[in-house]
Design a protein around this ligand. Structure first.
Ligand code: ZN
Length: 213
């Protein structure tokens, strides 16, 4: 049996408390007071999460191996890839922008993708339940940083305008980065971490484990 607290869900809009019921495929539960969507079928959530992870991984690879900027100086074109750009930023003293690029484009997506893969492996093997919960909690907390990537893209655009002396064009990686942000926002809006939580709870409860906590 699961904890009775896990059976309850609070409306994020009006804070009315509801008792959770198991939903059929492609159905959503709405708040009886304000109509806000509380949760959808957990199987749907898992499918969305897997689709997100695959899309994000593809975009992550494109962002980091294709040129993000094409710089033309004296009719000679140089293609800049993200890891190279981070290096150039640091070398030229743009520590803040360099760090933001490093975190937003390289580290953050990598950590989030790694979290998803780890969650998948843990739930498949049904081990380390508490660690899996910590990863989901981390994913919930990291949502608050979602605006940072939009900010970084704005800075990139501003930078391109700033360097008026050279002809600068955006490369494939820049558009992949834009797509990544859109996918990220869509993901944050459609996947409720509480559903992931419940999905994993159910997966783990299939297996008998000693309930010490
Ligand atoms: Zn409500």
């Amino acid at each position: 049996m699961s904890d009775s607290l896990d059976e309850l869900i609070i409306c994020s809009k009006c804070h009315k408390l509801h008792r959770r019921v198991k939903l059929p495929h492609k159905k959503v539960a709405k708040c009886s007071h304000c109509g806000n969507i509380l949760y959808s079928s957990v199987a749907d959530t898992m499918q969305k999460a897997i689709a997100f992870a695959i899309t994000a991984l593809t975009l992550f690879i494109i962002v980091n191996i294709f040129p993000i900027l094409k710089v033309t100086i004296a009719s000679e074109q140089t293609n800049l890839i993200v890891p190279e750009m981070v290096y150039i930023m640091f070398e030229n003293g743009f520590i803040v922008i360099g760090s933001m690029l490093l975190i937003v484009v390289l580290l953050a997506p990598f950590i989030v993708l790694l979290s998803f893969i780890t969650l998948g492996v843990l739930s498949y093997l049904k081990i380390y339940k508490h660690f899996a919960r910590k990863i989901i909690l981390f994913l919930i907390i990291s949502r608050q940083w979602a605006m940072v990537d939009i900010f970084t893209i704005s800075i990139l655009v501003a930078l391109v305008k700033l360097f008026g002396y050279a002809e600068i064009h955006f490369g494939v990686a820049f558009y992949a980065l834009l797509l990544f942000v859109i996918v990220d926002i869509f993901f944050l809006k459609t996947i409720r971490p509480t559903e992931l939580w419940i999905y994993f709870d159910r997966k783990y409860s299939d297996r008998k484990y000693s309930k010490g906590s």
